[in-house]
Ligand binder design. Structure first.
Ligand code: SF4
Ligand code: SF4
Length: 247
């Protein structure tokens, strides 16, 4: 598992309400703002404050693992979610199987078609591995996002398969353990379905952090400091470069 560095508690504002000014725009803080720290609630100040916190966290983490020039590592922020691995729940499996029966009945017997070109944006695997699939929890309530387009494309790549065989092909990839309340195919190694069997949204979705990392990398492996945040708090961070996660 990658080494995680935890953020310290923010400082406490010891002045009285009505005396404190925003450290960025110098506006007098409201009582609520005062007790939340020394930054007002205007979006530009909040944005600057967050950037400062992220940079301080990165620099502090770099000192702890004796990494020079932390500014070489671009900061990307991903969501944080704690998951527990559990056996796939029978109800969830039944719902998926029923969904596949309906879809495959409508989609089997397609004329043969070539494999869809993979036009998904280039990914930065380290980012999604660090996050362990926070976005896949939405797949839990949407049958892995499997729809007629996805099953029709799979059926067209395998024109000899019957409806039952297509359903079985998908159910074959249901893992023994998945993250509780997440998509049936969501495992600790990521998605258990081959990319060509996934819904388009699964291959194309990028959260802001992943998009930033891809744009920075331009197809290569950018040096990154990946920060997981939840409820406005920094939970952990890790440095990655072309060789993987820094120990
Ligand atoms: S796209 Fe974003 S939210 Fe989804 S797994 Fe990757 S880093 Fe996590
Ligand atoms: S099918 Fe795979 S990529 Fe899509 S939501 Fe489920 S686990 Fe995530």
């Amino acid at each position: 598992m990658p080494t995680a560095h935890r953020a310290g508690r923010p400082g406490v504002n010891r002045r009285s309400p009505g005396q404190t000014r925003c450290r960025y725009c110098s506006r007098v803080l409201s009582t609520l703002e005062h007790y939340s720290g020394d930054c007002c609630s205007r979006p530009p100040c909040r944005e600057r404050h967050l950037q400062n916190q992220l940079e301080a966290f990165r620099n502090d983490s770099a000192r702890q693992i004796e990494t020079a020039e932390p500014e070489r590592y671009a900061i990307v922020v991903i969501p944080h979610r704690v998951g527990e691995l559990v056996p796939v729940e029978p109800d969830r499996l039944r719902a998926l199987a029923n969904h596949l029966v309906t879809l495959t009945a409508a989609c089997a017997g397609q004329p043969a078609a070539p494999v869809r070109p993979d036009d998904a944006p280039g990914t930065v695997p380290a980012v999604c591995s660090s996050c362990q699939g926070a976005c896949c929890y939405h797949g839990g309530n949407h049958a892995a996002f499997l729809d007629e387009d996805t099953i029709s494309a799979f059926a067209a790549q395998h024109p000899d398969l019957t409806a039952n065989q297509i359903s079985s092909a998908y159910l074959h990839y249901v893992p023994d353990l998945h993250f509780a309340n997440s998509c049936v195919f969501h495992t600790e190694r990521g998605c258990n379905l081959p990319r060509t069997m996934r819904a388009a949204i699964c291959n194309h979705y990028e959260c802001r952090g992943l998009k930033t990392a891809r744009e920075l990398g331009q197809g290569s492996h950018p040096a990154l400091f990946i920060v997981a945040r939840h409820d406005n708090a920094i939970i952990r961070g890790e440095f990655v470069n072309g060789s993987g996660v820094l120990p």
